[in-house]
Design a protein around this ligand. Structure first.
Ligand SMILES: Cc1ncc(COP(=O)(O)O)c(C=O)c1O
Length: 457
């Protein structure tokens, strides 16, 4: 199994050939999921005592399995938060796997961790957080949010040991991503939601805190603002929220998993003012920073607080604190121990292309959202639900109900044309099903948008 032989060479050539073919394909198949029963019929039993051989396994991967998965970087994949990794970022991940580096500790991963740190310095500089702020690359936004929440909760308990068994409270709004309530569950915290999917401001937060009695208020250990809501790209009033957090001594976390990339775009940077006051920030390079999956990031104003919460101890880990092993250990600042050096693709692509080209590629998403806004307004059969925000556009097909949107989504996806999924927007009158674009891929064209809107006629 670990031999170097002709089979290995042939299999490796096949794999590299596929990788080069895929990354240089400007029009990849969109892909459509098959049911598990259909896949079983096509693939059969693959795990056998003797193995089916590399050639067969790779053929199944190439001809069946990948084709039954969606190419999220397809230029007309505008659903959810798509991705569009740069080609060099994808290729360096092959190399990172080949190099087999353990990315948890400096002793083992120094060189590649150093590269990750340079990419992290750029991310931190975008936030404007004070000197000393730093972070680590995580598996995604969910893990970044969880790591930040654990750091906040432990800090709150350290401030007053009588809180050790107290259940804490996290405040956020309906606009927050679903991972916030999921991670509050993981850490057994109560979540208080401010009833708005629109921009949360300091006033609404202060009013909600005023409704809490003293005992409840003392249980609050974090407030989470969103900088680029997943549904509609809204950026909360970060300055106003920061002021309220400061007044009450609450940890201020900004979830910029999707929107954070736009910090690099000068024209929209002022919308994020206040982010520099955060205690922690989540930004996902695997969303709008063109990294392959999976790569999130969490940044802390005071990384030592995160280290107190996350650093693991064990006799087998003692050596990592020796002088000879000293250096930055990413595992000290997040919930994961063993990790791949997942910030490396971002570093490589940034180093290769430079930050100016990143700004340009991210700006294109915002530009596409404005183009879509104009086309939607000009057409007779569509209208905007709200003005485009960052690279998100919510719009309605006049006269359609929820079932019409769903049927249209499946039809266009199945034909391999595009994937645009419906969502809901909360109006005072209730939740309305609408259509949503999220632009990430700079290769999406105006014609793509025209064609998608035409298909709604
Ligand atoms: C604002 C926001 N936060 C968190 C997440 C979760 O990130 P991930 O899916 O990388 O765990 C998302 C995902 O879309 C998001 O948009």
């Amino acid at each position: 199994m670990h031999n170097v032989d002709i089979d290995l060479v042939e299999m490796s050539l096949d794999v590299i050939k596929f990788a080069i073919g895929r990354i240089s394909d400007n029009d990849p198949q969109l892909g459509f999921p098959k049911k598990a029963e259909e896949l079983k019929a096509l693939v059969g039993e693959t795990i056998t005592p003797k193995g089916i051989g590399g050639e067969k396994a790779f053929e199944l991967f190439r001809e069946v399995l990948v084709k039954s998965s969606v190419s999220i970087d397809h230029p007309r994949h505008l659903a959810f938060v798509p991705a569009s990794p740069t080609r060099p970022a994808v290729m360096i991940y092959l190399e990172t796997s080949a190099a087999t580096v353990h990315g948890a500790f400096w002793l083992e991963g120094a060189g590649l961790i150093f590269a990750e740190m340079q990419a992290m310095e750029w991310l931190v500089s975008l936030t404007g957080m004070p000197s000393g702020s730093f972070g680590v690359f995580t598996s995604g936004g969910t893990e970044a949010n969880l790591s930040a929440l654990v750091a906040a909760r432990e800090n709150w308990r350290r401030d007053d040991p009588s809180r050790t068994r107290e259940r804490g409270i996290v405040i956020t709004s309906n606009g927050a991503h679903s991972s916030i309530s999921a991670m509050a569950k993981v850490i057994d915290a109560d979540l208080v939601l401010i009833e708005t999917e629109d921009r949360l401001d300091g006033k609404k937060l202060a009013e909600m805190i005023d409704t809490m009695d003293e005992a409840t208020r003392k249980r609050v250990f974090a407030v989470i603002a969103t900088a680029g809501t997943t549904n509609s790209g809204i950026i909360d009033d970060l300055s106003g929220i920061a002021d309220v957090c400061k007044k009450h001594n609450f940890w201020f976390h900004v979830d910029a998993a999707y929107g954070g990339a736009a910090l690099a775009v000068k024209s929209v940077r002022p919308l994020f003012n206040g982010i520099e006051q955060a205690d922690s920030v989540t930004i996902d390079p695997h969303k709008w920073l063109f990294s392959p999956y999976d790569c999130g990031a969490v940044i802390y104003r005071d990384p030592e607080i995160a280290k107190l919460a996350h650093a693991q101890e064990g006799s087998y880990l003692d050596i990592f604190s020796d002088e000879g092993a000293k250096g930055f250990n990413p595992s000290d600042y997040q919930i994961q121990l063993t990790r791949r050096v997942r910030g490396l693709p971002l570093w490589f692509s940034l180093a290769m292309h430079g930050t100016d080209r990143y700004e340009k590629a991210i700006s294109r998403g915002i530009e596409l959202a404005h183009i879509a806004g104009r086309l939607i307004t000009q057409a007779d059969h569509t209208e905007l639900v709200r003005e485009p925000s960052l690279s998100c556009v919510l719009y309605r097909r006049i006269g359609w109900q929820a079932d019409d949107y769903r049927a249209w989504t499946y039809k266009n996806h199945k034909s391999g044309f595009e994937l645009v999924a419906p969502t809901k927007w909360r109006n005072p009158g209730g939740a309305e099903t609408v259509s949503r674009f999220c632009f990430i891929n700079p290769d999406t064209t105006e014609k793509d948008i025209v064609d998608i809107l035409e298909s709604m006629k």
